[in-house]
Write a protein that binds this ligand. Structure first.
Ligand code: SF4
Length: 321
């Protein structure tokens, strides 16, 4: 994926954050990173292993995989490019920007499917293109069958200064108004404690005041956060900030991001140890997005022998881990 780094991230990298350099610089600029492409046991043949476009996209912008919820991809653009991104295949491509007509088609699909009551605005980063999200959010909120709105973002981490601009201020006012009528959750993708600078914490505090609740999502990333102390520190700090750690993902098996995939056993050991050390609310659900259908919880070390060679997806079909 093409590199894209905000001045905020560049400053942190220049000040010595290896965790950020590894996330945002390509492998060529991180020569100490071992390229595991040849040794990992999984087949990284696919750019879209979760079938978002190939199987589950009925209209542009919508991924409808699970009956009651849908992903609404506002654009494919983000303020910075996380090199481990599951959607590396499309991030940065302006063809993903939804036009007013495409937004209307996507909204019609949601209106026509009243079984969908939970919408996740995603992308790209829906807060990076506030002009699109500002037009879309109130229309979404008006749909009676939509009971919950979630917004997935990394903009507070990429560019806290953006929240001083008028469009983002307007957007936060809007999320505040909507959250008084129906739950509106903000999900922030955070990888490492280095990301929680003072200005980032201030922005997260403002977001907390303008929505129903803030959750975090974290991906296990080799050499960045696959360590008990590092991951435990991040999760505990988020908990103390009033952010609820929601999901801890095993890195998706996407072609081109092999170097970020951690040892499965090590991950399980880390989460098990964190479960012993931290308050329950500070411990996210450790999951894998399987090639079939579903985010499957991974058992921790507290149980006897478990066969990890495969699992059953949400449809009961065998899925490989
Ligand atoms: S912000 Fe999210 S969608 Fe954008 S590059 Fe990072 S992980 Fe991917």
């Amino acid at each position: 994926m093409k590199e894209k780094i905000t001045p905020h991230l560049k400053r942190l990298i220049d000040e010595g954050s290896k965790a950020l350099s590894l996330q945002f610089h390509s492998v060529g600029k991180n020569p100490t990173v071992e390229n595991t492409e040849k040794v990992v046991e999984y087949a990284f043949a696919n750019l879209d292993p979760l079938g978002e476009e190939s199987q589950y996209s009925p209209v542009k912008g919508i991924t409808h995989k699970f009956r009651n919820r849908a992903l609404f991809k506002v654009s494919y653009r983000c303020a910075a490019h996380c090199q481990f991104c599951t959607r590396a295949r499309q991030i940065g491509d302006t063809s993903g920007d939804l036009s007013p007509e495409e937004i209307e088609t996507a909204l019609s699909y949601i209106r026509d499917h009243p079984e969908i009551n939970d919408i996740i605005l995603s992308g790209g980063d829906p807060l990076y293109t506030p002009h699109i999200t500002l037009g879309l959010l109130p229309e979404l909120a008006k749909i009676k069958s939509v009971k919950v709105i979630r917004i997935g973002t990394r903009l507070p981490i990429h560019s806290p200064k953006s929240f001083e601009t008028t469009p983002l201020k307007n957007l936060l006012r809007m999320t505040c108004r909507i959250s008084l009528k129906k739950p509106l959750y903000v999900l922030i993708n955070i990888s490492h404690f280095d990301e929680l600078t003072k200005d980032v914490r201030d922005v997260i505090r403002r977001i907390r005041k303008n929505c129903t609740a803030v959750f975090s999502q974290t991906v296990f990333l080799k050499g960045i956060n696959d360590d008990v102390e590092v991951m435990g520190h991040l999760l505990n700090e988020l908990y103390h900030m009033g952010v609820i750690p929601y999901y801890l993902y095993r890195c998706d098996y996407v072609k081109g991001i092999e170097r970020y995939v951690c040892s499965f056993e090590k991950e399980r050991m880390i989460v098990s140890e964190i479960r012993r050390r931290l308050s329950g609310i500070a411990v996210p659900e450790y999951i894998i997005d399987v090639s079939g259908k579903g985010k499957i919880p991974i058992p921790l070390d507290f149980w006897g022998k478990v066969d990890f060679s495969h699992c059953r997806d949400y449809d009961g079909k065998l899925a490989r881990l």
